[in-house]
Design a protein around this ligand. Structure first.
Ligand SMILES: [Zn+2]
Length: 419
């Protein structure tokens, strides 16, 4: 498939400039980006963008896709109770079939919200992988091992899912310190060393988690993992709400990714990540939605909004965080965090993971500053088209690979077995 987008404006994310011209894709890659030219060739499709904006897809750098089953199911608990009372008992009833359909429900929300890849921590991974490939969605798995299970299969998944399909890959990870004993943490470190591989985990999400870790080991989770050699080959952490300056130092020194999940942290009353401290320390940052049970939306727009404005309260400064830095974290940062070095910006030779923003939506006007409109006032409704790996999966409200009626029907049918 080759596509010519013309009459478009483009935010490549290499810098904050908006350029005018056209963009071509051939198969899974961007083959031309620049001024309008007389093309001496034909295309399978030519799309008049009528001044709408092309930009790299948003990257959801921390989620639990199939947790769409838990949306609006238990909204009254903080993290600990939420996990033990509402989530773990229901997850025990999940089946491969349920994860397949609830993953597809998540993909529909991702794609219609301009998200072109997710970094997903969950189980029944084969079911999600099958759903992702059928959909054409780029799904990066993160290991989800803990003391309840997963460590015996971690290496098998690493080898299997990194050789499954070009749309799918697997990065080592474990759930969290408070669900993983020291022996298993050491197993994680051994695997990282065996494959020179990065490792990701939930980290310092609540103050209780940090206090518990200090009681058990005398140090914070970041210091503990660093001591155990878990981060010797990179990786990073999700949430990072209760980081100390020392934790940030470790992440900075090792070039680890801090992935923010503002909505989930607010809803579960976990706390507010001081995003401005990570930015002023010039750290690597990305953004994720977390799962639909704790958010409950899978929209990157509201994540990016909150990550831009929440620091204003603590600092009493309305410009504590630069909105373009957050847009960069939501696109380029997310891609690099999950190992997608070819999906980080619009450039010739890069993957055609592209979205079109509808500039005729009221929330995108007037055009005083287009990037700021995306951060401060846009929502999923501004996404006019989503292309992943050179294929258009969503256009003007219609999915090309997902039968949404079927996904909704199956999700509600399977829900009856979980409540
Ligand atoms: Zn999470």
């Amino acid at each position: 498939m080759s596509v010519r987008f013309y009459n478009c404006r483009m935010l490549t994310m290499k810098d904050d400039k908006i350029i005018e011209g056209e963009l071509w894709t051939d198969k899974d890659k961007i083959s031309y980006i620049g001024p309008s030219v007389k093309a001496d060739r034909s295309f399978d499709r030519e799309i008049d963008c009528k001044g709408n904006l092309l930009m790299p897809g948003l990257k959801d750098a921390h989620t639990h896709s199939a947790m769409t089953f838990s949306r609006s199911l238990a909204d009254e608990y903080c993290l600990d109770k939420w996990l033990h009372k509402a989530i773990f008992p229901r997850e025990a009833k999940l089946t491969e079939e349920a994860v397949y359909w609830f993953s597809k429900l998540a993909y529909a929300e991702y794609i219609s919200g301009g998200i072109t890849s997710c970094f997903d921590m969950y189980f029944f991974k084969e079911a999600s992988a099958k759903a992702a490939v059928e959909t054409g969605f780029r799904h990066i798995f993160c290991g989800a091992a803990n003391d309840f299970g997963g460590f015996d299969e971690l290496e098998e998944y690493y080898l299997k899912l990194n050789d499954f399909d070009p749309l799918v890959s697997f990065i080592y990870g474990f759930h969290a310190e408070y669900t993983t004993c020291e022996d298993n943490l050491k197993r994680m470190s051994d695997l990282a060393h065996k494959y020179n591989a990065p490792v990701f985990t939930h980290i310092s999400e609540t103050s209780a988690e940090v206090e518990g870790c200090k009681e058990r080991y005398g140090v914070t989770p970041a210091v503990l993992f660093d001591k155990l050699g878990i981060f010797d080959f990179g990786g990073g952490g999700f949430h990072c709400v209760w980081f100390t300056d020392e934790d940030r130092e470790i992440f900075k020194k090792r070039g680890l990714w801090s992935v923010f999940n503002a909505c989930s942290n607010l809803k579960l009353a976990s706390g507010i990540t001081p995003v401005y401290k990570f930015i002023s320390n010039d750290m690597k940052i990305a953004i994720g939605t977390d799962g639909a049970g704790s958010n409950n939306s899978l929209s990157m727009f509201r994540e990016m909004y909150l990550d831009t404005v929440l620091s204003n309260i603590e600092t009493h400064n309305a410009a504590a965080v630069d909105p373009f830095t957050i847009l960069k974290a939501g696109t380029t940062g997310g891609a690099l965090c999950m190992g997608l070095n070819d999906s980080d910006c619009l450039s010739e030779g890069k993957k055609a993971d592209i979205i079109m923003i509808d500039m005729n939506k009221p929330s995108m006007q007037p055009e005083n500053n287009i990037a700021r409109n995306i951060i401060y006032s846009a929502d999923n409704s501004v996404v006019k088209m989503t292309m992943i790996d050179g294929k258009i999966l969503y256009e003007d409200g219609t999915f090309t690979t997902i039968d949404l009626d079927e996904v909704i029907r199956e999700s509600n049918r399977l829900m009856k077995g979980l409540v």
